[in-house]
Design a protein around this ligand. Structure first.
Ligand code: AHG
Ligand code: MN
Ligand code: MN
Length: 328
């Protein structure tokens, strides 16, 4: 089944309205353009080159960060979204006055992996429009109408869910020009795996709950977990997330003592929230260490948050470490 057919049937069943269908179609076309651009990286231009700009979070922008955002804006114009919230812009970008939706995006996730031939992606969260720029940005993750992300890797993929159903669906871009075709539905994060994803280079900067979690984990078979784990860290949230949705385990990007990371590194509105909705729909969990990501009320469009997601039992374990610390 094509994405096109899937969206038409979702509309027929009342899971998506015309605005939502138009927005997801536009994002899928944008993703195909971004994918094409990435496949030509180094042939016409160097997409990993820093272009001298600084985004809203103080990260230096690469050519592909900016080009991806431009492509997304171009395709969303005239569709069902009133505004775009983007990692690359301080404020909302107005799109279509008549649109009933807000799209929040990380146009290009995994910037450090551009030009090294490692999977990168685009993350999106779709929210209702409330007619006011500030109100758009500060909605809880539970208000999301749909969420998903694209990966640009050996395969170009899409994982998608709607608030109105519990179905998490996946698509792969057909290299022979047939667009995105469905490859999976009813996706559930496997409950029994032994993989974790964390950048352990920051061990000395972590706070106690994460250090304790790591010590117990590394104790393996003879430790409290009674099993040996494997570690994977791609360095692109989308790629680590795709693996966890397929193969289980847990992703951790905690807050740490580094300057600017005291409340985490990843962004709540356009990174953590969409992943969290997908994780819950797929039977897993997403937490900031103390509670569900989706229950947080953002105070700022670019707010950072600690992020732990994956199989429910694994997320419960890291939450327990945080709660124990609070009791001590
Ligand atoms: P972005 O490229 O949108 O700024 O996001 C990069 C994020 C995320 O994809 C990844 O999980 C994380 O940064 C990697 O951080 P480290 O380099 O600290 O490992
Ligand atoms: Mn990102
Ligand atoms: Mn980004």
């Amino acid at each position: 089944m094509s994405l096109h057919e899937f969206l038409a049937s979702a509309q027929e069943q009342g899971h998506a309205d015309a605005d939502l269908v138009s927005v997801i179609r536009a994002l899928a076309i944008a993703a195909q353009d971004i994918d094409h651009l990435i496949r030509r990286d180094g042939l016409d231009e160097n997409l990993g080159s820093e272009i001298g700009g600084i985004n809203s979070d103080g990260d230096s922008q690469k050519a592909l960060d900016v080009r991806s955002e431009e492509i997304i804006i171009n395709h969303l114009e005239g569709q069902g979204a009133a505004a775009l919230l983007s990692e690359e812009q301080e404020d909302p970008i107005p799109l279509n006055d008549q649109g009933s939706l807000i799209v929040a995006v990380d146009p290009l996730d995994g910037s450090s992996n551009i030009s090294v031939n490692v999977t990168i992606g685009t993350i999106f969260s779709i929210l209702p429009s409330h007619g006011d720029a500030k109100a758009h940005s500060l909605q809880q993750g539970r208000d999301q109408i749909a969420a998903g992300f694209f990966t640009y890797g050996p395969q170009t993929t899409l994982i998608l869910c709607f608030a109105k159903t519990d179905d998490v669906v996946t698509f792969t871009l057909d290299p022979d020009g047939k667009g995105f075709l469905m490859t999976g539905e009813g996706l559930q994060i496997p409950t029994t795996t032994k993989e974790f994803a964390i950048n352990s280079a920051y061990t000395n900067h972590w706070f106690k709950p994460v250090q304790k979690w790591m010590t117990d984990t590394l104790d393996g078979q003879s430790g409290p977990q009674g099993k040996d784990y494997r570690m994977r860290w791609v360095g692109s949230l989308v790629s680590d997330a795709w693996r966890i949705f397929q193969r289980g385990g847990i992703f951790l990007y905690p807050a740490d003592r580094r300057q600017g990371n005291e409340t985490g590194r990843l962004r709540l509105v356009y990174e953590a929230n969409p992943i969290a909705l997908l994780a819950e729909k797929a039977g897993g969990k997403a937490s900031n260490g103390y509670g569900a990501i989706l229950d947080m009320t953002p105070e700022d469009l670019h707010q950072r948050v600690p992020l732990f997601f994956g199989a429910a039992s694994e997320v419960d374990r890291i939450e327990n470490e945080h709660n124990q610390e609070r009791d001590d």
